[in-house]
Design a protein around this ligand. Sequence first.
Ligand SMILES: *Cc1c(COP(=O)(O)O)cnc(C)c1O
Length: 320
Amino acid sequence: MSIPVNDLIERYPIIKKMMKLEPVFWQNQGVLPPHFPINGVDIDIIKDAAERFDRFKPFLMTAFHEYKQTNGEVESPLIKIPNMKKAIEKNFATSIKGNLYLKSDDMLPVAGSIKARGGFHEVFSIAEKIAHKHHLLKSKEDDYSYLLQPSCREVFSQYSIGVGSTGNLGLSIGMMSSKLGFNVTVHMSVEAKRWKKELLRQNGVEVIEYESDYSEAIKNGREQCSKNKNCYFIDDENSVELFAGYAVAALRLKEQLEKEQITVDVNHPLFVYLPCGVGGGPGGVTFGLKAVFKGAVHCFFAEPTHSPAMLMGLVTKKHR
Ligand SMILES: *Cc1c(COP(=O)(O)O)cnc(C)c1O
């Protein structure tokens, strides 16, 4: 049921500013200590996803020279950025307690964004299912680099993966799916960066571009995929597999903080600022962080003023 916009503004005055594209800050007064499962999703998904990443390490090391160097680890550095801290303090005439770090997911090999976590994980999960169905793998202890054998590619080539993307999700899913031998189609809006489209095409990915908006790309992709029973459509708004992959970031961040001897507890809280699009990425990371650090972590989503969908969902409690 839709609510007249004037009623919404009356109930939630911040919406007026949002409509004028003014930057706003909103703090959720209703935040409770995390209580799992949340909407039926329990913390087991994090451990499962982390173990899946571990199983695919030998595959990654063999498939990509970039991952040979990281021993198959899909991880990004945590970088101290004191100059950024100074610049923010100066710009906003404020002082920031504690240290400022950048979790540099742009440096994640092959995908170059947070989408490496979610996208790779979902493709791995699909590949694993198919591999077991076709008896390519006998157990979870198998050496997964075997999946690069021509006989395995032959099996994967009978399956399709589709995804709608403004850029990075398509890059992550396209690169990994094509490496395994899947038929992969990325439905992209025209704004997506040209080099991303070209890189995908060079890797045998079919890229379909849409003049109209992004939701059109998704709709079309989903429809096309639904006609083929061997097609998996990856949905960045509703996929638990993507979400689980993102959540693994929290386990690794915990290790990195420990290595730097940074204490995180209620007296030493961790504040995390997450760039947000549709919310699956930052949502997954937040889910993981809350599972790991409980009440000691505070997460803030940063959205463009032109697409405050997450804020709208939280403010109105519609959650969509
Ligand atoms: C996708 C993406 C995000 C946000 O993720 P959503 O799941 O769309 O909210 C943030 N930063 C970068 C670089 C991304 O690619």
